[in-house]
Ligand binder design. Sequence first.
Ligand code: ADP
Ligand code: MG
Length: 600
Amino acid sequence: MRRLGKEETRVFQIKGISKEYITGDLRQKALDEVSFSLRDNEFVAVLGPSGSGKTTLLNIIGGLDRYDSGDLIIDGISTRQYSDRDWDSYRNHSIGFVFQNYNLIGHQTVLANVELALTISGISREDRKARAEQALKDVGLGEHLYKKPNQLSGGQMQRVAIARALVNNPRVLLADEPTGALDSETGLAVMELLKQVAEDRLVVMVTHNAELAEAYATRIIRLKDGKVKEDSHPFLPAENGQEAPKHKNMGKASMSFLTALSLSADNLRTKKWRTFLTAFAGSIGIIGIALILSLSHGANAYIRRLQKDTMTSYPITIRSQTVDLSSMLQVGRENGQAMRSGEVNHSLDGIYSDTGRFRMASMVSSNIVRNDLSGFKKYLDDPDSPVHRYLGENGIVYSYDTRFSVYSYDPDGVLINTDGSGLYNSSLSTGRNMMMSMMGAGTSGNANFEQLLPGQDDELVSSSVQDNYELLYGSWPSSCEEVVLILDENNEVPAGALFELGYLPEAEYRDYMKNLEEGKPAAVENVSWSYEDFCRKEFFLVPACDFYRREKNGVFADITADGQMPESLLEDALHLKISGVIRPVNEEAARNFLGTFGYT
Ligand code: ADP
Ligand code: MG
């Protein structure tokens, strides 16, 4: 019996692997008893006509797809009993993928695309950045770190994909037709790069370009109809010295979780999506208890930071009423299907009612869930409850969804409601009006004022907010009468909000709308203020209860029912002052608040 050197045991054995795809009545044998072994360090090209099973084979080696029978043995360990978690771990730690169409995230920078793939936990943000930068420099893209993929050529995009695949330093690089979308010259450059990569690891590349394969690969495996037809340099690891294949738990994978988090954080960076979420949450919620779940117990610093970033901008919220979204989507899909399949159980000889929407409405409403928030609050406040210790900063925060109205005077001395309701009652802007009410006016009463996340104990503003925003002027709110102006990264406030808040005259807005309606050119001039001037303005907060007066018969009547707002109400109103001006420190922070003013 021969003792095996360490290098010789580190191999991938594909043993009689078969894979069949069944679509409807059709059985398609993609791989038919494929067997070969891979050295730990070689450049293998898998050649074969289209449909011969190349992609299937690569996906199975990379753990993206499962085999039906046979075995994939890695370092003498069978993968037959791998759990999903083992596969995750294997994929994330041992394998780098490169695809024909690059699969880059279009709205992220080159650097971010590579950073995103880093699964090594417990390293700082700077280290992550440095590693991603190095990986990009290694593929010759050091100059293009902050470009978006669409600003690069195809060859450069494929280089980004290769950098992304290598940033975790995987044992194996798998590439599926990496030059398929490139012209021949660029293709050659990418092949050169892969050849370099193959110097110290295993590269398996699928291609149908025999010329390239012959010029660069150290070994060519030809597939046809799911079978190996030819192997230019077979490898037969000695069987006898090896332990029998056994199962080993691969441990926890981090990639899927991190990627999910970071992808969702990225989604939130686009305001459109967040606006939609806010609108949706606003349209179904009545009173809110915001929950920020902390998984920090035992989690590493990276996850904690990512989580904090994600959670401050998109907390998990429990409201008194919610809708089960997934079953709603299900309902939508089923209904869509029923409609498409044209399920009609009557003949086309008269007039019939279509009750589809009613059925839909009833299904949706039966998916509304009511939460017992009073009971839940008692539970949170109970010192003996297991979640009590998470109350506060980055743990669980609850607040009451207060309704109030804020008024101010515009430069012409006209009293206006800062929710914009006065502005938007012209016929043209009903669409906007609807948007406004969708965008949270329905819950908070005013999209221009947004609650700042409270901190622990008696802290009015969470430190996570204070970390993400820099104070440009004045101070953070120190009482309920103080609000802060939230600027965007460019020190700007949307002009619409300036009209709504009474910084710009209502009359100008009406002129503008009138011109639009009459088809005349319309424009709003750019204006600016100093911090000091802007903060001088006063607002009047009128609580919802002040709008009701008890009639003689004991009934409470809305005193603004005739559309008039009695100025006398302002006498008892809370005077809001602007205590300071804040600006997000980076674009991640910029997504946190949609409002113009933050209150406590
Ligand atoms: P190649 O990459 O060599 O072109 P593939 O591995 O993609 O070949 O496909 C091998 C065979 O398996 C083909 O006949 C293909 O139609 C079939 N096949 C691949 N993927 C699927 C799938 N997801 N569902 C059904 N059939 C599939
Ligand atoms: Mg293919």
